[in-house]
Design a protein around this ligand. Structure first.
Ligand code: F3S
Length: 112
């Protein structure tokens, strides 16, 4: 099991989750952050730290966020960031890039 960052993080990137993660498994892209599914120890500390409730346990993902399980996983694969499993985000130059779904995600408009 792992935790998953969903769409509410896109263009917010508060960063509180990174500061509280005990294993440094949350990696930064340009528009959102991603939890490494193999490095996450499933502690759940990040859930309450996020001010926009963007983080879920994988087994409790709402249906409208279900694709973010794959998005968080695929971000680390060769065809996206190619990061693999570096064992911690602190030494990674950031931001790296984003998953194609996040790249194409509509930019929220703020009222004039
Ligand atoms: Fe994003 Fe929430 Fe972390 S907005 S950077 S998942 S604290």
């Amino acid at each position: 099991m792992t935790h998953v960052i969903g769409s509410a993080c896109i263009d917010v990137k508060d960063g509180a989750c990174v500061l509280c993660c005990p294993v440094d498994c949350i990696y930064e892209g340009q528009r959102t952050l991603y939890i490494h599914p193999d490095e996450c120890i499933d502690c759940g500390v990040c859930i309450s730290a996020c001010p926009v409730q963007a983080i879920y346990e994988d087994r409790r993902l709402p249906s409208d966020q279900a694709n973010f399980l794959a998005i968080n996983k695929e971000f680390f694969e060769p065809q996206v960031s190619g990061l693999g499993a570096p064992g911690g985000a602190c030494d990674i130059a950031k931001p790296v890039c984003d998953h194609p779904v996040v790249v194409a995600w509509p930019v929220a408009r703020t009222p004039p």
